[in-house]
Design a protein around this ligand. Structure first.
Ligand SMILES: Nc1ncnc2c1ncn2[C@@H]1O[C@H](COP(=O)(O)OP(=O)(O)O)[C@@H](O)[C@H]1O
Ligand SMILES: [Mg+2]
Length: 188
């Protein structure tokens, strides 16, 4: 059963597994395209595997090849359906755990977090990057702030992020610095 077709990938549900497939785009030169697909698939698989290793709630990586990732299906609704403090606290902890291993998600929004049996899971590492840069980490905070559009929940999220990550306050400092320079506004 096809669940979704994003800008980049098709998502199929097969039993209790999710299959994420990247297809060639006709307008891209074929050879470049397959290299791009391969590197993105590899990056996303590596990210999932790291999360699994570090017990960060996320789909289990089952297998992958050059354009396809098979992972476990996380049943439930996305975090965007909820306003519970407890879930945003968990989301903050998840981002802290990701940043501790220098994994920047790239699209850390309530739509890429799924709630299953009171536990929040992170999905969709399609835009992730392994980076120690404060800039990339602070962008994860900014993307959550902008998509959440709820000051109170963002505060809960942020407090949890900072209390679970030693370098959290430094990342937040960068976030504030960029905000005061209006750096984020240009992007929206
Ligand atoms: N492991 C998973 N478990 C449950 N649902 C998933 C899983 N992976 C993807 N999905 C569903 O498919 C949608 C699109 O997948 P995602 O990886 O976010 O790709 P895209 O890059 O298109 O956003 C998600 O919003 C979610 O609803
Ligand atoms: Mg997504």
């Amino acid at each position: 059963m096809q669940l979704s077709k994003g800008a980049e990938a098709y998502i199929y549900l097969e039993g209790d597994r999710i299959v994420k497939v990247r297809e060639s785009k006709k307008y891209r030169i074929n050879e470049i395209d397959s290299k791009l697909i391969k590197s993105r698939t590899k990056k996303e698989s590596t990210a999932l595997s790291k999360c699994n290793q570090h017990n960060i709630p996320s789909p289990k990586l089952i297998e992958f090849n050059s354009n396809k990732i098979v992972m476990s299906y996380i049943e439930g609704k996305t975090l965007s359906h909820y306003k519970n403090d407890i879930y945003y606290k968990q989301a903050g902890k998840i981002l802290a755990e990701l940043h501790k291993i220098n994994l920047c998600h790239g699209d850390f929004t309530p739509n890429n977090l799924i709630v299953n049996s009171e536990v929040v899971y992170v999905i969709d590492f399609g835009l992730c990057e392994f980076s120690t840069y404060l800039e990339k980490k602070s962008t994860d905070l900014r993307v959550m702030k902008d998509s959440l559009k709820n000051e109170e929940l963002f505060k809960i999220f942020l407090e949890s992020y900072m209390s679970n990550y030693n370098e959290g306050p430094v990342v937040f400092e960068r976030y504030l610095k960029n905000e005061s320079r209006g750096r984020y506004k240009e992007r929206v």
